[in-house]
Ligand binder design. Structure first.
Ligand code: SF4
Ligand code: SF4
Length: 446
């Protein structure tokens, strides 16, 4: 019997249209717009000015403090300007615009494809390289990776959990990465095990990717460390860190606690690959894999894309925007965000661009709640979405706080399953952000 998380979850159609598409490298764009804040924490501080010449991999904005991250030029060329650019949030934010000239890399970066499995002895070197490379959670969380590597005093990590679940429908870039870079990922896991002084790692992969399960098992068996591959029953949102850690290790993260409180440090497979590239190749995060997909696209594909490339270039490469496209989503259909323009640039946290037609995205009108409790039974966090929505709608934020609205992981399972088409997550997300704001304000006053 395959493992999975015990509470809630849904089974949306998988639609993994691009699973068979081997990764192709997108041609260099004429210009890139590299967002200065692509991570959780303080925005980086810009270190270049209009007219400066830059090389690929050169730092263009430095992390401002511990919870922040460096940002690098993803192309070589001339900085055109520092400007405000629309991002997935719908707001304009600072970005460095670079006009591409050639493809000249900064000194010391190894761009060769040769596998290097000899990991460094020095933990300090490993952490320094990961910090310098600007690695953040590439599964979409964008939390700076070097911060995860300093386990807070009084806590102890004994297990790394690697997220190869990719439970969002349509997305396939992590699947392809495991098939194409399995040895590198295993080396990256060994580097992280060394950095955290942990002797065991588990890679969780849903069983709709049997080729990835088999190949990662093969790669993990090529050395002596304890790296297990755990095939999982397909269920959304298994990629949520609480759900994945419960599924593969049986450890429950209590409310308001983080994975290291139960001895676990989780990483996405793409983040682990970036760790390999940073430590073994001196290569910062200047590109990533992105799935470009949708039922109307001629060539749903997985592309290796330089950070800052406009998503319009990705869509063109997959066969151009089909007539009748209703929504373009950055991410998957469950947790992704609809974007306002195809000019927005690719960022470190962007794993997919999904084009959905008008029929797929049409919302049915919301009807009254019929108290069927389906939303309760699918909520993986044990919440009462039917109650949280009206509390947020009526701005009863203290009551919403008592009902633990902040525990919502915004997976959308409740909205997906509601037979009355109630916009549960829209209101819960709004209520959660207000309650979190209130909690922070109270904490600051203490
Ligand atoms: S309330 Fe939050 S965690 Fe629960 S199903 Fe809805 S979106 Fe997911
Ligand atoms: S699923 Fe929809 S109709 Fe059923 S209880 Fe929840 S909110 Fe009400």
């Amino acid at each position: 019997m395959l493992k999975t998380f015990p509470k809630g979850g849904v089974h949306p159609p998988e639609n993994k249209l691009s699973a068979g598409s081997a990764t192709k490298t997108l041609p260099l764009p004429a210009t890139v717009a590299i967002m200065v804040a692509q991570h959780i924490g303080a925005p980086a501080v810009v270190k270049v000015a209009a007219g400066d010449k830059v090389k690929v991999g050169q730092v263009i904005a430095e992390g401002a403090g511990f919870v922040s991250s460096n940002v690098h030029a993803s192309v070589s060329g001339t900085v055109k300007k520092i400007d405000s650019v629309l991002d997935t949030s719908g707001y304009k934010r600072p970005a460095v615009l670079i006009e591409t000239e050639g493809d000249e890399w900064a000194e010391g970066i190894d761009t060769s494809p040769e596998l290097n499995t000899g990991i460094p002895d020095s933990v300090e070197d490993i952490i320094r390289k990961i910090t310098a490379a600007g690695i953040v959670g590439l599964g979409g969380a964008t939390f700076p990776t070097h911060v995860k590597l300093s386990v807070p005093q009084g806590k102890h990590a004994d297990l790394i959990v690697v997220n190869g679940v990719e439970c969002e429908p349509y997305l396939t870039c992590d699947h392809r990465l495991m098939l194409e870079k399995g040895y590198e990922i295993v080396t990256g896991i060994r580097i992280l095990m060394k950095a955290l002084n942990v002797s065991r790692a588990i890679i969780g992969i849903e069983n709709n990717k049997p080729d990835a399960v088999a190949f990662m098992k093969h790669c993990a068996a090529t050395h002596s460390q304890t790296i297990e591959v755990c095939p999982l029953r397909v269920k959304y949102p298994q990629g949520g860190e609480k759900q994945l850690i419960k599924a593969v290790a049986g450890r429950e993260i209590p409310p308001a606690k983080i994975p290291v409180d139960v001895g676990v440090v989780p990483f996405n497979v793409a983040t682990v690959f970036a760790v390999y590239e940073a430590v073994q190749k001196n290569k910062p995060v200047v590109e990533r894999l992105v799935t470009v997909t949708g039922k109307g696209l001629v060539h749903p594909s997985n592309f290796r894309v330089r950070i800052g490339t406009p998503i319009s270039a990705l869509i063109e490469a997959a066969g151009s925007k089909p007539d009748g496209t209703g929504k373009i989503i950055s991410g998957g259909p469950m947790m992704g965000k609809a974007v306002a323009s195809t000019d927005i640039p690719t960022t470190k946290g962007c794993s997919g661009i999904l084009l959905m037609d008008e029929k797929e995205t049409a919302r049915r009108p919301a009807r009254n709640c019929i108290r069927c409790a389906k939303c309760v039974s699918v909520c993986p966090m044990g919440l009462d979405p039917y109650l949280l929505m009206p509390l947020a709608e009526q701005q009863l934020f203290d009551r919403a706080e008592q009902e633990k609205i902040v525990n919502c992981i915004e997976c959308g399972s409740c909205s997906y399953t509601c037979p009355s088409s109630r916009p549960l997550l829209d209101y819960i997300r709004m209520g959660k952000s207000k309650v979190m704001y209130n909690m922070k304000t109270r904490a600051l006053k203490k």
